[in-house]
Design a protein around this ligand. Structure first.
Ligand code: PHE
Length: 365
């Protein structure tokens, strides 16, 4: 007998080398069972997509079955093909059904996680606001402008002339000492008071002059709870025919009453400033103890708020104003002191430490 060639095989013999339809049936059945089980345990849409690729993808299980169809005898092929197609439809249909269910569950989970607790207090947003010094300064300026003063600003860096000489300071006055004043050069300095605007105001305008000059001033001092190297003042100058000490008293007392929203009592103590004659210190009856005596007023019943006086004739002369025809008053008020009084702050250093817990207490007006 010649050796068998494949072409000599009988039909029956040939069939045995082809895949048995029953084997294919089993394989298909198994795949379906596996798929159903996997689908059952899938819990999210991403895993579903993985299963879809595994079964229906180009290199997926159903495609594999399709490929092995060619090994099935031509006679069985249509029937087996149909079963594979049924499987394919089954897989596609079940995946299609499962997807919306999973998405709905995922949305539900997300909703669950993102639930708003409307009983929680809201988060407060902190908006920027004016520094408490500037809040009070604005109030001071508003009141004085309302009383007829206009504003004139002067330079923080100034000459010895405007800060001292034109204000009648003697050459050897202790305020001119380096110990008290920050000098930038032998002739230039950081102004020690807002009185440097006085002569400028008089040079710029003929009487009647009613001007206020708010601004920072600088002194070479040790920083303590009560003094600092820089602070703010508001200068006021009123020059006209017949301006008297009574005008100074009334204007100052009226201003303080408006600032503190109360009937305040003032006291004028004699003092010395070279640019005024007479010169005085203005005290306010302590608002905290009504004059009985407390720690705020150091048990004196009074608080010092300003230096003041009648403009010295020499200063008027320096500015070219006829000192025979005109008189005037001037004051220089410490702003920090007024803020301390208004808000009960105990330490002037708080104003420049930028501690938000302190600053946030003062809501803007
Ligand atoms: N310039 C003075 C000071 O800083 C205050 C003052 C101003 C006094 C105007 C009299 C007149 O202490």
């Amino acid at each position: 007998m010649s050796p068998l060639s494949p072409f000599d095989l009988s039909n029956a013999e040939r069939r045995t080398t082809k895949k048995e339809p029953t084997m294919m049936h089993q394989k298909i059945e198994q795949l379906k069972t596996d798929f159903d089980a996997e689908l059952e345990s899938v819990s999210n849409s991403a895993d579903l997509e993985t299963i879809k690729v595994k079964y229906l993808g180009k290199k997926g299980a159903v495609q594999d079955l399709m490929k092995s169809l060619k090994e099935v005898s031509a006679e069985d092929r249509p029937a087996v093909g149909k079963i594979i197609n049924d499987l394919k439809e089954h897989v596609a249909l079940r995946i299609e059904e499962a997807l919306p269910r999973l998405i709905a569950r995922e949305d539900g989970d997300r909703m669950q996680q993102e639930t708003l607790d409307i009983t929680l207090p809201g988060r407060r947003r902190h908006a920027g606001r004016k520094h408490v010094i500037n809040q009070v300064l604005d109030e001071i300026i508003d009141i004085l402008v309302g009383m007829g003063f206009s504003i004139q600003l002067g330079p923080d860096i100034d000459s010895d002339y405007y800060n001292f000489e034109a204000l009648n300071f003697a050459a050897d006055h202790p305020a001119r000492d380096m110990q008290d004043t920050f000098y930038l050069s032998p002739d230039m300095l950081l102004r020690t008071h807002t009185s440097n605007v006085q002569v400028r105001a008089m040079e710029a305008h003929q009487p009647p002059i009613r001007i206020i000059a708010p601004g920072k001033v600088y002194r070479n001092e040790t920083i303590t709870a009560r003094s600092h190297v820089f602070f703010q003042q508001v200068e006021a100058i009123y020059i006209d025919k017949g301006v008297s000490f009574a005008d100074l008293q009334i204007t100052m007392t009226e201003f303080l009453s408006k600032l503190f929203h109360a009937e305040v009592e003032t006291r004028f103590r004699p003092s010395y400033f070279p640019f005024v004659e007479p010169g005085m210190e203005v005290d306010l009856r302590c608002l905290s103890c009504q004059g009985v005596g407390c720690s705020l007023c150091k048990h004196t019943g009074w608080l010092e708020v300003a230096g003041a006086g009648m403009v010295h004739p020499n200063v008027l002369k320096h500015a070219g104003i006829d000192s025979e025809a005109y008189t005037g008053f001037a004051w220089g008020m410490g702003v920090e002191r007024l803020v301390l009084l208004k808000h009960g702050v105990k330490d002037i250093r708080m104003f420049t430490e930028n501690d938000l817990r302190f600053l946030r207490q003062f809501t803007s007006i």
